[in-house]
Design a protein around this ligand. Structure first.
Ligand SMILES: Cc1ncc(COP(=O)(O)O)c(C=O)c1O
Length: 375
């Protein structure tokens, strides 16, 4: 029988080390620079800063505080909006997926949240509610993404119904989302813009179309509000560019620490599955980060990391908590040295390409146990 450990009256000692094995630092100055870059590109538009998914992994509340000069924030879920209000952030907050059910409407109203209305069900919920305070609505039109939104031919009727709804502030805002802006696909993006314009005609209400890619490349999409996400974090939405090439500053650095060193002989295999074999006597540094921290296991041998400012390749598979790095050509590596997984000097865009994914997934994938520090 397992015996229960009695709760101790003694305070537990705090971890005296200032270091966490795997950690991320986020530069508030970089976030603010990137917001200024958005304003430079879209001088006539207001900025709805997209900070969903824990601020793309950068920390929801810290990111919102750093970006307090944005005109409004966008999140995907009610929990995220509640967390912002609990942190005393009083800026306008837009729920990009709207409410899940009618019960969330009074909460949205009480917290002063703005709701996207993308479906007949959400429209009916708003019409049936009796809210103490009307909310700002963003009517979403589906111009080709085929995910959320009213079809263009239903836009005018939905806008008219929202206009008559006492639970909505006049006038509802009007939005759509672009499917291929990151591919700089002129034909698809142009068609979406045309459909949006044709569906709405001269309806009153501010308009919003542009994500980061369109903010960077399609000034004709800027309208009244741009909705940048990834570029605020200093990362490129385009597969063939990095953030700095677009005048952005990467905000996050993902870091770890060397916890062991060893030399393996030529011909020895390393890590789970033994998929990497030393071609020469090799100096290995073991660093405390793995897929349990969000460092993707799809990154294979040869993936670069920075040790003592130099690129060094991964050797073998990524474990849950550790990686092995071939530091044969990096002089004087010691236990305790810092390892940079991505950040300035090693673009997360490069890592994403190597992992066969997009930087969004790597950034959002940074897990809870990685301490994020805003500096
Ligand atoms: C509706 C909507 N607008 C804007 C964005 C921001 O996109 P990006 O991060 O590519 O700028 C997103 C992100 O997925 C979104 O879902």
């Amino acid at each position: 029988m397992p015996t229960a450990v009695p709760p101790s009256a003694e305070p537990r000692p705090a971890d005296p080390s200032p270091r966490r094995a795997a950690r991320a630092t986020v530069s508030a100055a970089a976030l603010q620079h990137n917001l200024r870059r958005v304003r430079e590109l879209a001088p006539g538009a207001r900025v709805l800063a997209v900070i969903k998914a824990n601020g793309y992994g950068h920390g929801l509340v810290g990111t919102a505080r750093a970006l307090r000069a944005a005109d409004a924030f966008a999140v995907a879920r009610m929990e995220e909006a509640v967390a912002l209000r609990e942190a005393a952030l009083e800026q306008p907050v837009v729920l990009l997926e709207g409410v899940l059910d009618a019960q969330q409407l009074p909460l949205a109203s009480a917290l002063g949240l703005e709701v996207v209305v993308h479906s007949p069900e959400q429209l009916a919920m708003l019409e049936a509610a009796s809210l103490a305070r009307p909310v700002q609505a963003w009517l979403k039109i589906d111009t080709g993404m085929n995910r959320l939104g009213f079809p263009p031919e239903a836009a005018r009727d939905a806008a008219a119904r929202l206009g008559r709804c006492g639970n909505i502030l006049p006038a509802p805002r009007l939005m759509t989302h672009l499917a291929c802006a990151d591919e700089r696909d002129d034909a698809v993006t142009g068609r979406q813009l045309e459909r949006f314009a044709a569906a709405l005609g001269d309806l009153p209400g501010e308009r919003s179309v542009a994500n980061s890619a369109a903010t960077l490349w399609r000034p004709d999409s800027h309208a009244d509000w741009v909705r940048p996400g990834i570029m605020l974090y200093g990362v490129s939405p385009f597969a063939d560019r990095t953030g700095p090439e677009l005048g952005l500053q990467p905000a996050m650095e993902l870091l770890s620490t060397v916890i062991a060193l060893r030399t393996v002989r030529r011909g020895e295999r390393v890590g789970y599955g033994g998929v990497w074999t030393a071609r020469e006597d090799t100096r290995l540094a073991i660093a405390a980060i793995g897929y349990g921290d969000g460092y993707s296991r799809h990154l294979g041998s040869g993936t670069p990391v920075l040790v003592r400012g130099q690129r060094a390749p991964l050797a073998g598979r990524i474990s849950m908590d550790m990686i092995a790095i071939d530091v044969t050509r990096v002089p004087d590596v010691e236990v305790g040295d810092e390892v940079i997984l991505w950040g300035a000097g090693l673009a997360v865009e490069e890592l994403a390409r190597l992992a066969g994914t997009i930087p969004y997934e790597l950034l959002c994938g940074v897990t809870q146990r990685v301490g994020v520090t805003m500096r």
